[in-house]
Design a protein around this ligand. Structure first.
Ligand SMILES: Nc1ncnc2c1ncn2[C@@H]1O[C@H](COP(=O)(O)OP(=O)(O)O)[C@@H](O)[C@H]1O
Ligand SMILES: [Mg+2]
Length: 203
């Protein structure tokens, strides 16, 4: 089983949106997928509860269970994840995806987190790969430039820029990801996912 941890210490950076859409993508392509929701707000659990039975199945794991017979486990995490809880989540993860929203405050809050990550054993030993998502931003904008500039001190890839759009918001109301929508509704967004999709399949 491959485990993806979606984490950023800042609330509202896009963790639940990203987790649910990654799970939706993997399920839609036919893989077996479970989610673990570590956040007390239980956004991903709520979303899973709204998913119609006609959609590709995504299981919800109880907090204590961390393994099972799945191709993928996607972990949604709370704001402020650090210290012991972060170390525990990292033990499970083979990939960490960090969504960063376009503001000075979000960049600043992410710095300490990325530094803390860099010191974790599994990251140092290259057992765990980290990728960044520019959340609610488009490439070649001022926000994207600020993110790229910010990342010059970290050797980390930007896997995607996911632009700000109601498509994510509306899909979530129906327990859906982009990948559960008619292609015509999500075409522009899906284009932004290509590199991230390839990265998930890399070792
Ligand atoms: N790409 C996007 N376009 C539009 N709204 C978004 C996008 N990503 C996230 N949001 C919205 O931003 C808010 C915070 O996102 P959320 O995924 O709940 O963040 P977190 O889980 O990190 O707190 C939510 O209202 C969500 O619908
Ligand atoms: Mg959340």
């Amino acid at each position: 089983m491959k485990t993806i941890l979606v984490a950023n210490p800042k609330g509202g950076s896009g963790k639940s949106t990203l987790s649910t859409n990654i799970a939706g993508y993997l399920a839609q392509r036919g893989d077996s997928v479970a989610m673990l929701d570590l956040d007390r707000q239980q956004s991903s659990a709520l979303w899973l509860g709204m998913r119609g039975i006609q959609l590709p199945l995504i299981d919800l794991l109880g907090n204590k269970k961390s393994d099972g017979d799945y191709d993928w486990l996607v972990i949604d995490s709370p704001a402020g994840l650090h210290g012991k809880n972060l170390a525990h989540a990292l033990k499970l993860a083979s990939k960490i995806i960090v969504p960063i929203a376009p503001s000075l405050f979000d960049l600043d809050a992410s710095r300490t987190f990325l530094e803390e990550l860099a010191h974790e054993k599994s990251v140092r030993k290259n057992q765990c790969h980290i990728g960044i998502i520019g959340m609610r931003m488009s490439p070649r904008t001022k926000a994207a430039q600020a993110l790229e500039h910010f990342l010059t001190s970290f050797d980390l890839p930007i896997l995607a820029y996911l632009r700000e759009t109601q498509v994510y918001v509306n899909a979530a109301f129906e327990g859906k990801s982009l990948f559960d929508l008619p292609h015509s509704l999500a075409e522009r967004e899906l284009e932004q996912w290509g590199f991230l999709q390839d990265w998930l399949d890399q070792k």
